[in-house]
Design a protein around this ligand. Structure first.
Ligand code: SAH
Length: 355
């Protein structure tokens, strides 16, 4: 019998075929892989020792083999039923995932990195710096945890948590493939959000996934974008948009542009006119995100009237547009507020808050 070492890579993230290979390497029949697959992905086994259909002697040998689940460390629920989860990784790092329920959907906002190196000025994650990329199993785990905690199937996934997914492209793609193949979440129900990394949008297109790409544009001209997003200095808006056009051509899928609305800064009629020039005829959709406040900067969220004026202005220019008011604001779980802290700014005694 082969020696099993605790330094082994976790099983979470492996396909049925890869699990078959693994079982074979352990001198076990292929049907053990089917059992493993079911226990890891459907029954939520957190250690192989829980898999009671395995013979006891083998099970006791498997204790050193990690499934790859993270520890649910803390959770807080906002009044709108959005729940923010803090997950502790094997090395003690903390990340956040958010579960966003509606009557018909359960969306998970997943993190792709511990922290983020992009340092966008309006984003809490960017203020905390970058630690490391997440491994594939650490991304998949977030979805399983939310599914288990809500006791409901996850229908949609957005890579809009901590981190820049295209800087962790390989693990992000492997996680998408696993979520699709092993957990049964349709690729079309998965959105990858990026601030744009030179060359990486084309690289993503080459995988020919059916996911939706959301590009964080946030500005209608280069100077403004540079002011908000440090990486824009070395990746001009024209180059970004050119790469976005290539993405649409290569994948046949439209994409969406995210645009944070910052009062008085990027929400004026001049910006509508500039956006219209960039986006006319582009197979795309603009998603406006009224700014969610973070403590380090003093940007303002525009009033609902100002937001509506911006929407109407874009519509008049024949640009498809919608507004995303983020959920979970009261639990610091809304877009841009994730910083892996336990601070909650509402009544700590509220039901659903589990320290
Ligand atoms: N790095 C990726 C994904 C993470 S952020 C990206 O930049 O797209 C997900 C979305 O939340 C992005 O559009 C991001 O710009 C937006 N966001 C960040 N901070 C925000 C804030 N304070 N208010 C509203 N949206 C914010």
């Amino acid at each position: 019998m082969p020696v099993l070492q605790s330094t082994q890579t976790p099983l979470l993230g492996l396909s049925l075929d890869q699990l078959k290979q693994w079982a074979q390497d352990q001198g076990q029949p292929a049907y053990r892989a089917q059992q493993l697959h079911q226990w890891i992905y459907q029954r939520g086994a957190k250690s192989l020792d829980e898999i009671t259909v395995f013979p006891k002697p083998w099970r006791s040998q498997l204790t050193a083999v990690p499934v790859g689940r993270s520890e649910l460390y803390y959770q807080s629920q906002a009044p709108d039923e959005t729940v923010k989860y803090l997950l502790k990784l094997q090395d003690g790092q903390i990340i956040e995932a958010v579960g966003i329920p509606t009557e018909t959907r359960l969306t998970v906002c997943v993190s792709s990195q511990v922290g983020c190196p992009m340092a966008c000025d309006f984003c809490a994650t960017g203020k905390g710096g970058f630690v490391r990329n997440l491994a594939t199993h650490e991304i998949v785990d977030q979805v399983l945890t939310v599914q288990e905690e809500f006791d409901r199937r996850v229908s949609n996934i957005v890579f809009m948590g901590m981190g820049e997914p295209l800087l962790n492209l390989e693990n992000t793609v492997a996680a998408i493939q696993c979520l699709n193949r092993d957990i049964g979440i349709g690729q079309r129900s998965i959105t990858v959000s990026t601030v744009g990394i030179a060359g990486r949008i084309r690289q993503l297109a080459e995988y020919q996934l059916q996911v939706t790409l959301a590009v964080s544009l946030h500005a209608s001209n280069q100077a403004l974008r540079e002011q908000l997003i440090p990486s824009a200095h070395s990746y001009p808006i024209e180059k970004l948009l050119e790469e976005c056009r290539d993405y649409v051509q290569m994948t046949g899928r439209r994409l969406s542009f995210e645009y944070i609305l910052l009062a008085g800064l990027n929400d004026q009629s001049q910006h509508i006119a500039e956006l219209a020039i960039h986006l006319r005829g582009f197979q795309s959709h603009v998603n406006l995100i009224p700014y969610n406040p973070i403590s380090e900067v003093d940007y303002q969220r525009p009033s609902p009237r100002q937001v509506q004026a911006f929407v109407q202005g874009l519509k008049q220019q024949n640009i498809a547009v919608s507004v995303r008011y983020s959920r979970g604001l009261e639990a610091d779980a809304a877009c841009g507020q994730l910083r892996a802290s336990q601070t909650v700014n509402f009544d700590q005694n509220q039901p659903g808050l589990k320290p």
